[in-house]
Structure formats: structure tokens, C-alpha cells
Design a protein around this ligand. Structure first.
Ligand SMILES: C[S@@+](CC[C@H](N)C(=O)[O-])C[C@H]1O[C@@H](n2cnc3c(N)ncnc32)[C@H](O)[C@@H]1O
Length: 292
């Protein structure tokens, strides 16, 4: 996929952001929800998606008796909760500058408790962020973060320059998040992404990133559960073997802790031991920059 290529919320990689919002909406409809995103269902309702999406557990079970949707919602809930806690830990540690890379329809700017001096930058494709802003405005959502910047950019291009122009301060520790992003980046863009995060991270910075032990295996697992999903994902996902975040960062001054998604789920009293499209071997890496 060339760097000139753009997408909106119902095309190309953009639709994956809508699918994750559907997963969050279904999770929010569960009595035992791990995360309640009140806007997730609104995004699905407002988009004219070319694939069938659902917003409640009842709809998920009626549409898909095999349980794919319900399991995907658990995955979305576990992931959302785990990374909500990343920002809670960052705030508790006094890290109040945050950057969400490939934020898609992430609404943390509108639903987390942010400290009074917090500033949050979100980066995603311009049309994806335009859709999000339009829907949130229509539903009267107000940011809970005191300073909020949306940057419509391609993460395969020079995003750090735009981030710094928008006010990002590299001397201030940062809480970074890359959730559901790495599979969509070509290997060279992923390498450059980690290099830039490192370059822009003052000591004390915290990074949470989701990666996959084996993307080909995750895709094969997806194909067993849903051919339609697997075919869509195959076009967008780069399955090349890459260094893990720990391999990239441990030798250059970061402490890295890996939490497999199955373990995270068990920690919340839920199970993800049955492979879910694209989540079977996901790992959440939590890293802290300890040295210059
Ligand atoms: C699976 S969604 C995840 C969205 C969000 N982080 C979440 O978990 O809800 C993937 C997101 O990555 C974004 N993305 C992928 N490649 C990108 C790139 N090169 N530049 C900007 N955004 C990108 C897509 O637009 C999409 O919003």
C-alpha cells in the first residue's frame, strides 16, 4: 500500500476502526462490561458500513450464533480496559502528555479522568478523525481532557514534525499508545515508528503497544472462524516477522513488560482462550523509558 493512499471510516483500513468500535459497543452492552464507551454504538449507527456490524450482545448473538462477535467484543473490552489502565498509571506517575497513534474511534479524550495539566494528541488518517469529530459533535460530547489535538496524518510519513508543530514537548515525559496499529504498518514504517517514539521520549515516558507473536497464524485463526473477516484483513495486514517491542527497546534504555491478551483476559475474570479473529496471539507490551 503506497504512502499516498488515504481511507475513510468505511473503506480500506478505516473500516477496522469501525469494527473495533462495534466490538466496544457490544462489550458496553454486557452487564459485566470491562469498559463502557458510550459513543461506540453511535459511530456504528452513523456510518454506512459495507459490512454487517452490530452494537449489542443480543444482536451479536442473533447475527452470529458461532460466537465470533461476542468473542471479538471480549477482546475489544480486554484491550480497551488494559490501555485505559495504562493512562491511569501514567497520570498517577505524573506523566500528563499523551499521544495516541492510530486513534481511530478511540474516545479516551471524552471518557477518561485526565489530570488538570493533561494534553492529548491523536494521530490517524484525516477522514477517520473527521468522521469521529462529526459524530461526537452531533451527540454533544465534550472532551474530558483539558487540551486535545487531532492530527490528520499518515503514520508512514513524517508525523513527528507535525506533532511538534502542534505543541508536543519532547522534554516532557509522554504516555504513548499504539493499539491495533502495528499489523497495518509495513516493516520499515514500524521500525521508523519505534525509532521516532524513542527519539521523542524523555526519561519516564511510558509506551503501551499491542503486537502479535505471529500474524500469519492470527490470520489463519481468523479464517477458521470467519472467512469474510480473514479475506478483508489479508489485504491490509503485513505478516512479515518483525522484532518484538521488547527486542527493539530493551537494549536502548527501556524496561518492557509483556502481557499476553489471554493472561490479561484471565486477570479480568474473562476468557480469550478460544482464538478470536486477529486476537489469538496478541500481546500487550508496556514499556518505560528509564535512561537517556
Ligand atoms: C484497528 S483500528 C484501531 C483504532 C484504535 N486504535 C482502536 O483501537 O480503536 C486501526 C487504525 O489504524 C489507523 N492506521 C493504520 N495505518 C495508518 C497510517 N499509516 N496512518 C494513520 N493511521 C493509520 C487506521 O486508520 C485505523 O483507525
Amino acid at each position: 500500500m503506497g504512502t499516498e493512499q488515504q481511507w475513510d471510516i468505511v473503506s480500506g483500513i478505516g473500516i477496522t476502526a469501525l469494527a473495533v468500535a462495534a466490538g466496544r459497543a457490544v462489550e458496553a452492552s454486557r452487564p459485566e462490561a470491562l469498559a463502557v464507551d458510550p459513543y461506540a454504538a453511535r459511530f456504528v449507527e452513523e456510518a454506512d458500513a459495507p459490512i454487517p456490524l452490530v452494537t449489542t450482545l443480543a444482536e451479536a448473538e442473533a447475527t452470529d450464533p458461532t460466537g465470533n462477535w461476542a468473542a471479538f467484543a471480549t477482546y475489544a473490552g480486554v484491550r480497551t480496559r488494559a490501555f485505559d489502565e495504562h493512562f491511569e498509571r501514567a497520570a498517577a506517575a505524573g506523566v500528563t502528555q499523551a499521544v495516541v497513534l492510530a486513534s481511530g474511534l478511540d474516545t479516551r479524550a471524552f471518557r477518561l479522568n485526565w489530570p488538570p495539566d493533561a494534553v492529548l494528541y491523536e494521530i490517524d488518517q484525516p477522514l477517520v478523525l473527521d468522521f469521529k469529530s462529526t459524530v461526537l459533535r452531533k451527540h454533544g460530547a465534550a472532551p474530558t481532557v483539558p487540551a486535545h489535538h487531532l492530527l490528520g496524518l499518515d503514520l508512514r510519513n513524517d508525523w513527528p514534525a507535525a506533532l511538534e508543530t502542534a505543541g508536543f514537548d519532547r522534554t516532557r515525559p509522554t504516555a504513548w499508545l499504539a493499539e491495533g496499529l502495528l499489523p497495518y504498518l509495513p516493516p520499515e514504517s514500524e521500525e521508523s515508528l519505534f525509532g521516532e517514539i524513542h527519539r521523542l521520549s524523555a526519561p519516564g515516558s511510558l509506551l503501551a503497544v499491542e503486537y502479535y507473536l505471529d500474524l500469519q497464524q492470527a490470520l489463519d485463526g481468523a479464517a477458521e472462524r470467519s472467512r469474510e473477516w480473514a479475506e478483508n484483513l489479508e489485504i491490509m495486514i503485513h505478516t512479515d516477522r518483525r522484532p518484538t517491542p521488547g527486542e527493539r527497546l530493551s537494549g536502548i534504555g527501556w524496561e518492557v513488560r509483556d502481557v499476553p491478551v489471554t493472561e490479561a483476559a484471565r486477570g479480568y475474570g474473562r476468557s480469550l482462550d478460544v482464538p478470536v479473529p486477529l486476537s489469538g496471539n496478541a500481546v500487550f507490551a508496556f514499556a518505560r523509558r528509564v535512561q537517556v
